[in-house]
Design a protein around this ligand. Sequence first.
Ligand code: BG6
Length: 478
Amino acid sequence: MKFSIPKDFLWGGAVAAHQLEGAWQEGGKGPSIADVMTAGANGVSRQITKGIQADKYYPNHEAIDFYHHYPEDIKLFAEMGFKCFRTSIAWARIFPRGDEAEPNEAGLHFYDKLFAECHKYGIEPVITLSHFEIPYHLVEKYGGWRDRQLIDFFVHFATVVFKRYRHQVKYWMTFNEINNQTDYTERFLMATDSGLVLDDDDPQREALMYQAAHYELVASALAVKVGHQINPNFEIGCMINMTPLYPATSKPVDIFQAQKAMQRRYWFADVQALGTYPRHMEAFLAANNLRDDITAEDRITLREGTVDYIGFSYYNSMTVAAQKDNPEFHFVGPEAIQENPYLKASDWGWPIDPLGLRFALNWLEDHYHKPLMIVENGLGAKDEVTADKQIHDDYRIAYLKAHIQAMEDAIEKDGVPVIGYTPWGCIDLVSAGTGQMSKRYGFIYVDRDDQGNGTGKRLKKDSFYWYQKVIKTNGQDL
Ligand code: BG6
């Protein structure tokens, strides 16, 4: 048996509707949570405003106007040799308010055209159903995923798009980075994952997060079941943010803290891949009186709706140390995180750790024994355009090269079954975390700045030609 990158490996790139489409009110689209997020900056959080405020700038409203530029952009992806293209279907294009019975035909038609354009070049769409873009009406009227009714709305949305695109789309994912909300002290993560817009000191934050996450997991499992009924050939995955948590030292308490932190971040994938809550979470939720509403029927649904593959993002690892005032090794996020002195960081402070990707791949294979797809990976960096319109992004090439090498080591030396690799933001787009355009990930540069100025013109970076070669040689020439 030979362990190597499969011939039909899904090389491609990844984006999300709200970060590139723009046209936030066109074709009958309703506002989503992303449409009430202002621009932040490096180290400055985005504000989530109550409705749209006239004096504020919302970068996702226009984004890079992919809605009108998609033929030109897909053509560039095809030129790089993409086998697949990961994007999301903006829920609020299909159901502008989220709770309607009938879908919006103009929204569905947009994705008919987009997927046809992909297939024209033999590019397989890989589709996320919910990528930080819950219809804003569901946030205002129902308080987001705290309300069980959201399960029905989501499953209705999933059913409509599964039926409509059953011959156009084979690879699906339910909720993007469903486990970001582990850190329930972060307003942004709670809003984007679950449509929970809460004050920083809301005493219910933790309880609401666990309840909302449970409803999402049930909705995800129901969607998997419905999807397989509509087309048994569908491959439907989960999508988790995979940030391995290393112990800061070899002190047993630090090692145990890291283990607890891994449990607290990745139980979501246990539920989606194995169909049941792990015992450590059952014990934790019971001891802390969290997640009141879980029914026997929910448990059956979770068992019946396990995913076909694990989609995950990998950008960096994190390092944790035990804290004196945390005897139960409770883990949320920032307060336990330490700097890792062995790693350099990006300009936005994200540690750069290619071996962490190999660690992540091994960890996921050990736990789930399912095919894995790396659906996000990349370096957010500032790019400069030279006088002759070149972008020499050797730093991005170095990052991606080292990560692809780590992936290939995992496939060849560790036997990990990886089916695809779609680096994040294959064309420059609006950063989710900061709302900036200047935090660029793309192989394709887009002339637009943090205030929304620019021609929108697309330029090929050096990494464009490099990635083209990587795909052409099926990862042999890095
Ligand atoms: C992931 C998200 O968290 O990371 C993307 O799925 C996001 O939506 C990406 O854009 C990179 O993060 P950021 O904050 O640099 O845009």
